[in-house]
Design a protein around this ligand. Sequence first.
Ligand code: HEM
Length: 338
Amino acid sequence: MLINLHTNRTALTLFAVSQLLMLSAVNAQTVDPVTMVNAFEAAGGKFEGFRRSGAKGICATGEFVGSADGRNLSSASVFSGQKIPVIVRFSVGGGNPKAVDNAKSQRNMALQFNIPGGETWQMGNISAPVFGSSTPTQLLGRLESLAPDPSTKAPNPDKVKAFAEANPEVLLQGKYFASQPVPASFATVNYWGVHAFAFVNAKGDKQFGKWIFEPAGGVMGLSDEEAKAKGPSFLFDDLRQRVKEGQVSFNFNLQLAEPGDRLDSATVPLPESRRKVTLGSLKVTAVSEDSGGACRDITFVPTVLPKGVEPSNDPMLAARAAPYAVGIGRRLSEGSKQ
Ligand code: HEM
């Protein structure tokens, strides 16, 4: 029975991914996914068997309980109020599986809600309110500008500067990270979805918003001295300890968009004054023992959505499924490492 459920869910996910690949192919703003993944490898290095982004990660499991506000906004059964099993993957930004934990860089929280009835909801959330580019073409240009010059083995600073000056959005995320402390834990930082999504209820009312997973115990960072003392590899042990103590939970909050708000950009957050509602609570209850775990062969495609939640027309959102499929294809054929 378990095997059947798993098979059905995998088949559904593959079906969804194939549909999204077709959608991506007709989206004129989409960069060829193979070219895009090659550009990730050229800029960030190639590490066989690992994700081309978010390579250093750890898999966990947990449960989500939806709220009355969630049920008012969306008919999705994930908000029923029953415990929904969730696969959680925390990671450090970038393609290097040895990325250091004590830098002012990106942390990620990818989720897969396994909803009774066979629906799946996948997300890849990041520890910044904005992504590093607003269109796939701009992302490709940024990656190409960051690729090491073969003669110097380092990015050409003139190229990096010229691209950033012509595309100032690409600097916003780095400025945000520079303004924040190093996160004390995967469990003490906010994770944003950065794209707008629509929440549709049983009456057909549609509310757009952008979500943030906020740690129930509050945000905590390290001072520069503390970060140095922690060293390059403390996040996994820290997570295990906090989960053992039952301390890792997040409120799933939605900022409600108002008429006139930009809904098509991952580099323009909603105004801070927008009302926030809590759609439910996510609790992480177990961490996988080794680098395997349920996450290893999953790619978290943010357009795999349950009925009652719909994508916005952000071009970056539609452009994610195809390169993720290329990414998982490569790492599976290389021998998936985590
Ligand atoms: C066209 C734009 C994008 C491209 C080409 C891209 C590409 C990729 C690739 C190739 C992976 C590795 C997938 C795998 O091997 O399973 C990945 C992972 C990831 N991406 Fe993106 N990405 C894009 C946009 C974004 C945006 C806007 C966000 C922000 C929310 C984001 C967040 C993540 C996260 C959190 C992961 C790690 C997920 C995990 O733990 O498996 N990406 N991305």
